[in-house]
Design a protein around this ligand. Structure first.
Ligand SMILES: Nc1ncnc2c1ncn2[C@@H]1O[C@H](COP(=O)(O)OP(=O)(O)OP(=O)(O)O)[C@@H](O)[C@H]1O
Ligand SMILES: [Mg+2]
Length: 260
């Protein structure tokens, strides 16, 4: 099957603040990363803090400009602002901290419909019904639409964030640690929700996680990052049960020690 989302040879540099004598240096956050995800499949991305996971996620949304490499959506290279305006309907993101991703002055309904309006993804007459449809698809009552973010629980807020990401009708959801900020009892519910939505809608998921147990549960394939480079990539069971790279082995050993 053709990948819905593909990344080829991605490199991301960030400018460092000017040093003495005013010389600027760059920090290389991601080097030569390639990945692909198909409809109905999940690619997990794991690696320690600072290994470049969120940088790759931002590049997949066009929020950071790569120094090298290509992003392809439905086999088409996405490069210009016009390309991204179209691609963003297909690729949406769910962030770690649902509170930070909402404007506290906007109601749930306004927040959920914001990307739909910006991307002109749904005709205005159909937006009220789209709102109800996506709220119900994440297990929320339509009455939640008139509330403000601070009036919701953490789990409800992350459901709203997922509803907002779904509203433009994407084919890929990039989830950057979507359950890390949640209470353990709610984590499982949100993971189950994402898996149900994937099964119902054939969504492709990119799922970034610190938690190897969660990564194992959701991922068909897994990419292991270290210092911005991919050290291992393959079927999730193989990577987690028979890791070939010493770094993956140490990551698994550390996780096993922590859970003891
Ligand atoms: N906007 C930025 N400007 C400068 N440097 C940045 C910026 N964003 C990230 N970095 C740096 O790039 C590297 C990769 O960061 P990134 O956020 O992608 O890592 P991560 O794997 O998501 O980490 P975490 O697990 O802590 O979320 C880090 O060294 C970070 O300090
Ligand atoms: Mg991150």
């Amino acid at each position: 099957m053709k990948p819905v989302l593909e990344v080829r040879g991605l490199r991301i540099d960030y400018p460092r603040p000017g040093t003495w004598l005013g010389r600027r240096k760059t920090l290389t956050a991601v080097v030569d990363v390639s990945l692909a995800v198909e409809a109905g499949r999940t690619l997990g991305i794991i690696g320690e803090s600072g290994s470049g996971k969120s940088s790759i996620a931002r590049a997949m949304l066009g929020l950071v400009e790569p120094m090298a490499g290509e992003i392809l959506v439905d086999g088409q290279v996405v490069r210009t602002a016009t390309d991204w305006a179209v691609a963003r309907r297909s690729v949406q993101m769910v962030f770690q901290d649902p509170f930070a991703s909402f404007d506290p002055r906007m109601t749930v309904a306004e927040s959920v419909l914001e990307p739909v309006c910006c991307l002109a993804a749904v005709p205005p007459a159909q937006r009220p019904s789209r709102l109800v449809e996506v709220l119900e698809s994440v297990g929320l009552d339509r009455a939640v639409g008139s509330r403000y973010p601070h009036e919701l629980s953490g789990g409800q807020r992350q459901r709203v964030a997922i509803a907002r990401a779904l509203a433009p009708g994407p084919r890929v959801l990039v989830c950057d640690e979507p359950v890390s900020a949640l209470d353990v009892s709610v984590q499982g519910q949100v993971v189950n929700l994402l898996l149900r939505l994937q099964a119902e809608q054939g969504l492709a998921l990119v799922f970034i996680s610190h938690d190897l147990a969660v990564a194992r549960r959701v991922s068909h394939d897994l990419l292991v990052l270290r210092g911005g480079r991919q050290v291992e990539q393959g079927p999730a069971d193989e990577v987690l049960d028979r890791p070939r790279d010493p770094y993956t082995q140490s990551l698994l050993a550390a996780a096993a020690a922590a859970s003891r």
